[in-house]
Design a protein around this ligand. Structure first.
Ligand code: FEO
Length: 162
């Protein structure tokens, strides 16, 4: 059995992951409006991954015979100044999520809740990838420096993400 505090913290993480999904879906919609379908598609795939992250917590709580409590998801931003600004926001958001995962791990270790700590290991690794992939695109957008040719090439490249 998990402690009540751990159950509450894992439920809050479901909300964080669903918000992440919502945020990236909002970015996908904004990229569609900018006529950048590759960026839009990349963000839509990312939104799906975030939903899957939420489901990992959802399933884990049930496996531990806990109770899932779903709260309202806050409204994401609707627009960004540029593709670079959107990806900088995505990178900043992933750093925030990494902090949340680390807090959960600290709690699991403090409570000697080895089952939760083991489940969270997957997220610790995942966050390294999540931050790296957002940061890589931030760096590529900086190199493109708003040039339309480079931006269209990057759009094509990001559109290949499945
Ligand atoms: Fe679920 Fe992108 O962290």
């Amino acid at each position: 059995m998990m402690t009540d505090k751990m159950e509450k913290a894992l439920n809050e993480q479901i909300n964080e992951e669903l918000f992440s999904s919502y945020l990236y879906l909002a970015m996908s919609a904004w990229f569609e409006l900018q006529n950048l379908p590759g960026f839009a598609s990349w963000m839509k795939v990312q939104a799906g991954e975030e939903h899957a992250h939420a489901m990992k917590f959802f399933d884990f709580i049930h496996e531990r015979r806990g109770t899932v409590t779903l709260k309202a998801i806050k409204e994401p931003a609707k627009e960004w100044k540029s593709p670079l600004a959107a990806f900088e926001a995505a990178f900043g958001h992933e750093q925030h999520i990494t902090g949340r995962i680390n807090d959960l791990m600290n709690r699991a270790l403090a409570e000697k809740d080895h089952a939760t700590a083991e489940m969270l290991q997957w997220f610790v690794k995942e966050q390294v990838e999540e931050e790296a992939s957002a940061d890589r695109i931030v760096q590529m957008l900086k190199m493109a420096a708003g040039g339309p040719g480079a931006l269209l090439m990057l759009d094509h490249q990001l559109g290949e993400r499945k």
